[in-house]
Design a protein around this ligand. Structure first.
Ligand code: SF4
Length: 381
């Protein structure tokens, strides 16, 4: 029972079944004349079979499915674009019910160079906001500003679109559908700025009755909001935390990430250290290397110094993907190599992120910019 097209495009969505826990689903079913055990069936369809089409839920009474569809929504977004990188990365552009556009990414990774078999890891990168308030200069979403937070249901809908993709791929290749192994909250938006939506979605992602990803398979990436980092630590999960540093002085960081003016590098690193102490999960510091901006040897030395007393941290170096109109450059291969060498020499655990999905992953928000300029219909809101 797919949502009528008109509902997808205009009317505010009905309360979503996606994101409800078993008690809430049982309650929803009760409101529609169903029996409590029908709530369990609904949870199975949604979170174990990844099926959101009420019409396909064959063991639920037909009358119940009809009433549920009248009172509740499931999928309120539509896939409007799909881009392949040719490196195992697929980006989906999604139009929300109010016309705003977000994106999610599927990354397929093999542990060896033999890519003929099924991938060893299937990672979804999800968005938590339409646009973003943080205004990072290197990011297309940041240049557009925040349009609105996504609801927990809207965040979770991204899993269903990727499930459809994997189902189609499995069918085309004559094998059972594969499923995701990892989740990164690193798409459009600052996840900790939409704390309630994020936690609502992550409950379903992690719960045994939900998608049931172990917390260690889930990474939350933040630009660094110290209070929210501590709040996340207090939730009792063990999610991986990735903190975007991108600079080694406050002046430099504020020029790239304007919100740094109100926080400062030291407060962010202190909050990340608290996260480690409470959750016992290692923290990864993300550092986008921007050519002739933050990729000098002195930057590497300052970064090593900033992290000298950090309990256990890793640095992910990400060579900049140029964003049109940003004026920011890609670093040279030599600069990346020297930066890495200097950090390692000082005992910092460093990974250089491969340029996976270079054409489509890029900085978050790029696909959305393209879609809006192509359609001539900028985001509403
Ligand atoms: S990089 Fe992330 S936090 Fe910064 S503007 Fe883009 S989406 Fe927001």
């Amino acid at each position: 029972m797919a949502q009528p097209a008109s509902r997808l495009e205009s009317a505010p969505p009905l309360p979503s079944l996606i994101g409800m826990n078993p008690d809430q689903l049982a309650h929803a079913v009760g409101q529609c004349g169903g029996r409590p055990f029908n709530g369990g069936q609904l949870a199975q369809w949604l979170y174990k079979r990844r099926v959101a089409d009420l019409g396909a839920m064959s063991d639920l009474p037909k009358a119940l499915r009809v009433t549920l569809a009248e009172k509740f929504s499931t999928i309120t977004s539509q896939v409007i674009a799909r881009q392949e990188s040719g490196e195992g990365t697929t980006k989906l552009g999604l139009r929300l019910h109010d016309g705003l556009v977000i994106e999610c990414v599927l990354m397929r990774e093999h542990d060896t160079d033999d890519v003929s078999g099924p991938p060893d890891r299937l990672t979804i990168c999800i968005s938590t906001q339409a646009g973003c308030a943080m205004g990072c200069r290197f990011c297309a979403s940041g240049r557009l500003g925040l349009k609105r937070h996504l609801s927990a249901g809207e965040i979770l809908e991204q899993f269903f679109h990727v499930a459809d993709l994997l189902r189609q791929e499995g069918a085309a290749q004559g094998r059972p559908e594969s499923w995701l192994t990892n989740v990164v909250v690193m798409g459009m938006g600052e996840p900790l700025h939409n704390f309630d939506g994020l936690m609502g979605a992550l409950e379903v992602v992690n719960a045994e009755w939900g998608f049931h990803f172990g917390a260690r398979r889930v990474t939350v990436s933040t630009v660094g909001l110290p209070d929210r980092i501590r709040e996340l630590a207090g939730q009792g999960y063990q999610f991986n935390l990735a903190v975007s540093l991108h600079a080694t002085t406050d002046e430099q960081r504020t020029s790239l990430i304007p919100t740094n003016a109100g926080t400062g590098l030291k407060a962010i690193i202190a909050a990340a250290a608290d996260y480690f102490r409470v959750s016992r999960r290692e923290v990864t510091f993300e550092y986008t290397l921007v050519g002739e901006s933050n990729d000098a040897p002195d930057d590497a030395l300052r970064l090593a110094e900033l992290l000298r007393d950090f309990p256990r941290g890793n640095v992910n170096l990400i060579p900049m993907n140029p964003v049109e109109g940003s004026g920011l450059k890609e670093p040279t291969a030599q600069a990346v190599e020297e930066f890495t060498r200097l950090l390692r020499q000082r005992g910092v655990n460093v990974h250089v992120r491969r340029k996976r999905g270079r054409r489509v992953l890029a900085a978050c928000g790029q696909l959305r910019l393209q879609l809006e300029s192509a359609s001539g219909s900028p985001v509403s809101g």
